[in-house]
Design a protein around this ligand. Structure first.
Ligand code: AMP
Ligand code: ZN
Length: 472
């Protein structure tokens, strides 16, 4: 098992990640609020968390990951009320879409996806602990957290009092608070809104309370690692700490990691700017999900990621290079033996890939090592200097790289045998000088993304990645 170095937001330092139970990382990742489809910015964060999870596993660690589904929250309720839906009708389609999008991006499933509405008793119990500790007050039927009672408030976000106040104003709503920084734990029920009975009166949990209660239920009062996008640091994660530590008196989380945002064409994504993309819009336009994944992965997580269609085009080309090498390795004529120099390079570049990722997920270093190996393999193949055993080793290595990257070709809808058969029928048609039939078959294959190349040794084919169209 190798060590991993990470940048801990809490200490503002690079640290070696040392899970409480050696070799087993307990990880909480803030999940979606399900009132709409997730956008590519959300997926930057989710894909990065998947890279983190897969890297920890590559380094030999076991991961228990929990991602919440926020299925009761202000924005959901607004939608529910304005469209006259039940809570379930307002959320269920987006929960389903979320899991479909995770699959499309080849994001590994977390161990648990708890839903807020299934954990109301745990949230109430946590709020009761805070009441018992004297950290709360009631106002107009709602329950608030009194920040002045929690000394280390602001430690994660490193904001001074003045900044905290102006930040908190964004979070304040029509409810009455003693101090602008205080936040709501339990919101009083309003007519027509979903509510649950509680010792503080009928109402619903605040968003921050949801995450604290579910994180501690599944991972314990103190756990190793908590992540999210930078927008979560304040107030969301700061409030999670105040609630959990206020109630238990123990440290809540030992390491915090946060991903910088995704920008589109160097600007913040916003509906008003017309640059607001949901993942499924990109896929519907014909962009390849593996290219989207590679693009989302390929900028270091603490640097803002600039999403552009030309960068997506480049990522598509890189995925194609991997596919081309994989199919070249399949089709290369047999010659026995080993290329020891190449095998040695492969060991070196694998080590470089692993060491880069273990260094706070240095993805440029990792991808650099992979694509150097791809280039050297192509050069060796050009010279017919990659015998069978070395090729097999390389195929295994590619799968190993891909256990983290998740961008290699997945089993296609069209089985290879069906394509082989069409290619053979086209060759027969050509031999019989039935060129109309040969062209018809070529067109059919092209329409299915298969490109043919006629060589002296016969016709070879390859799958071309879909390039998609840019916005109008
Ligand atoms: P939300 O559904 O808004 O709570 O967001 C879910 C996750 O996506 C959180 O971890 C956010 O920090 C993250 N997120 C939201 N907007 C962006 C963005 N533009 N770029 C990267 N991550 C984001
Ligand atoms: Zn959260």
């Amino acid at each position: 098992m190798s060590e991993m170095r990470i940048y801990n937001t809490l200490t503002r330092q690079m640290e070696t990640l040392q899970p409480d139970e050696p070799g087993h990382v307990r990880l909480y990742t803030c999940g979606p609020t399900v009132y709409d489809f997730a956008h590519i910015g959300n997926f930057r964060t989710y894909v990065w968390e998947d890279l983190l999870r897969r890297t920890l596993k590559l380094l030999g660690m076991r991961v228990t990951q929990v991602m919440n589904i926020t299925d009761v929250e202000d924005k959901i309720i607004q939608k529910m009320v304005s469209q006259e839906l039940t809570l379930e009708q307002a959320t269920e389609p987006f929960i389903e879409a979320f899991f479909a999008d995770l699959d499309a991006l080849f994001i590994e499933r977390a161990e648990e996806y708890p839903r807020a509405t299934d954990h109301i008793p745990e949230m109430i119990a946590l709020a009761q602990e805070l009441v018992a500790k004297g950290l709360t007050y009631e106002s107009k039927g709602s329950l608030y957290y009194r920040i002045s009672g929690f000394d280390s408030y602001g430690r994660l976000s490193n904001l001074d009092n003045r900044e905290l106040k102006s930040g908190a104003r964004v979070d304040s709503d029509e409810y009455e608070k003693d101090d602008a920084r205080d936040f709501v734990l339990w919101k009083a029920a309003k007519l027509g809104e979903p509510s649950w009975e509680s010792p503080f009166g009928p109402g619903r949990p605040g968003w921050h309370l949801e995450c604290s209660a579910m994180a501690m239920k599944f991972l314990g009062q103190t756990f190793d690692l908590h992540t999210g996008g930078v927008d979560n640091i304040f107030p969301h994660h700061e409030n999670e700490i105040a609630q959990s530590e206020g109630a238990t008196g123990k440290p809540f989380v030992r390491y915090w990691m946060h991903a910088a945002h995704l920008l589109v064409e160097s600007e913040k994504m916003a509906k008003s700017k017309g640059n607001f993309y949901k993942l499924r819009e990109l896929l519907d336009r014909g962009h390849d999900a593996r290219a989207v994944r590679l693009l989302l992965l390929s900028t270091h997580y603490r640097t803002p990621l600039n999403f552009t269609f030309s960068a997506l085009e480049r990522a598509t080309g890189e995925v194609q290079r991997l596919d081309d090498l994989a199919s070249r390795l399949e089709r290369e004529a047999d010659y026995e033996g080993r290329n020891e120099e190449f095998d040695g390079r492969m060991v070196q570049l694998k080590a470089e890939f692993e060491a880069s990722l273990a260094d706070d997920l240095n993805i440029s270093g990792a991808l650099g090592a992979l694509f150097r190996l791809v280039r050297e393999a192509n050069v060796a193949l050009d010279k017919k200097a990659l015998p069978l055993d070395s090729r097999r080793g390389l195929q295994e290595a590619l799968l190993w790289f891909d256990s983290v990257l998740g961008i290699l070709e997945r089993p296609a809808d069209e089985p290879d045998e069906k394509i082989d058969d069409l290619v053979r029928r086209r060759e027969e048609a050509r031999a019989a000088k039935d060129f109309a039939e040969a062209d018809r078959i070529r067109d059919e294959l092209t329409a299915n993304g298969i490109q043919l190349e006629d060589t002296p040794q016969g016709t070879i084919w390859k799958r071309m990645l879909s390039r998609g169209s840019d916005p109008d």
